[in-house]
Design a protein around this ligand. Structure first.
Ligand code: LMR
Length: 396
């Protein structure tokens, strides 16, 4: 039976990560996978996480199952983190399941949507995170795209986006990136979020918000502001969140899938379906990541420390955006890269060709995803000149 299988191409992001790990060039630079790195190129464990882990090691009393929805303390705290003061107002309508990472949240959401309406189409931004489309298709859903990033002007195709969303059939799902759009770094502003929220209400599509980088853009609250406008406006929505980046808990696989329904009765029914989806995929989530986040958010001291550490990561990323632009321009390149300064989060497109990306990898051991998406956090003061010279060389 297995011999009938045909080989599949490796994942564009994870394949690159593996190739980088095998490269022995001492000058190699990884600008591929979305993982935060410090000036030394390391991804250290946050101090707040270390303290929470130490506390848990001492105080955890059982390794028994934690239940289908996971750690309920974690779930409530994630609702507060996502919805802010709106979480208390929405408490009767929101239900959350802890999931294995943000990807787990999206996979659960996909199966949940298929249970609601297997004919629903999921609309995603052009472009979107490489894994979005396959995640929804794996649940048997159709996926279509709507205009989003303006490759030519390095901005948003907002008018085109609105025109396309007006045509979305009632009952379909529209996936929106809450902040730090992956892969373009281009985000909606607050006015644009309001327009999208009103549109969702008028047209009758259900927003699905993917929030994997809360705190990496402007701040925890500002990065969730668009999501909160939606939650105030529409009757129902889905939120898929991740603690991989903002808590640096990548390998612990910790995220959440939250459903906001129009009233408590529908929320309870939705929750029963959500938990049945969970049971059918992995039964129950692992506990460790949730206990760390629950401990941090349950302690004023640890929350304060985490806020500082998150701000440090965010400030470093924003500083690197300027460093990249200044160093590229110092090489007298013809292209204007200043747009990188105005985008948010870990990613921007370098807007260079496939051939130029291949040359960067072959000749300079600089690893960039084929779409030209760069992880800004992968550069440092130590390697920025090497990077800028290499880019200048391949684009001249
Ligand atoms: C990325 O986009 O690089 C990250 O979200 C990691 C992943 O799983 O692709």
């Amino acid at each position: 039976m297995f011999s009938n299988l045909k080989p599949l191409p490796t994942d564009p992001i994870l394949g690159l990560m593996a190739a980088y790990q095998q490269d022995t060039n001492p000058n190699k630079i990884d600008l591929g996978v979305g993982v935060y790195k410090n000036e030394q190129g390391d991804t250290p464990i946050l101090e707040s996480v270390k303290k929470a882990e130490a506390f848990r090691l001492e105080n955890e009393t059982s390794k028994s199952y934690i239940g289908l929805a996971g750690d309920l303390g974690y779930c409530r705290k994630m609702e507060s983190l996502l919805l802010g003061e709106h979480s208390a107002l929405l408490a009767d309508r929101v239900r959350t399941a802890q999931t294995p990472g943000g990807t787990g949240a999206l996979r659960v959401a996909a199966e949940f949507i298929a249970r609601c309406n297997p004919q629903a189409t999921v609309w995603v931004t052009t472009p979107t995170w490489a894994n979005h489309i396959s995640l929804f298709e794996a649940a048997g859903l159709q996926v279509k795209e709507y205009p989003y990033y303006d490759y030519e002007n390095k901005g948003l195709l907002f008018d085109e986006m609105i025109t396309a969303l007006k045509q979305v059939p009632k009952g379909d799902i529209v996936l929106l990136h809450a902040c730090c759009h992956n892969p373009s770094g281009m985000d909606l502003n607050q006015e644009q979020w309001k327009v999208v929220a009103e549109l969702a209400k008028d047209v009758g599509f259900t927003p699905l918000v993917d929030i994997a980088y809360q705190g990496f853009g402007a701040s925890l609250n500002e990065d969730a502001a668009g999501l909160r406008v939606l939650a105030d406006t529409v009757e129902e929505m889905i939120i898929c969140s991740s603690c991989s980046k903002n808590f640096g808990l990548y390998r612990e696989r910790i995220g959440a899938c939250s459903i906001i329904a129009k009233d408590t009765a529908v929320a309870n029914v939705s929750n029963s379906v959500l938990l049945s989806v969970v049971r059918g995929i992995y039964s129950m989530p692992p506990a460790h990541g949730a206990t760390i986040v629950d401990t941090i958010l349950g302690s004023e001291e640890l929350t304060g420390l985490w806020h500082q550490e998150l701000a440090q990561m965010r400030d470093r990323i924003n500083g690197l955006r300027s460093l990249i632009v200044d160093n590229l321009h110092a090489q007298d390149v013809a292209q204007d890269f200043s747009f990188i300064k105005h985008q948010h989060g870990m990613f921007s497109f370098l807007s260079i060709t496939k051939e130029q990306i291949e040359r960067l990898q072959k000749e300079y051991a600089i690893y960039i995803v084929g779409s030209s998406r760069v992880n800004v956090a992968g550069v440092s003061k130590a390697n920025i000149e090497y990077f800028a010279k290499a880019v200048a060389d391949v684009i001249k």
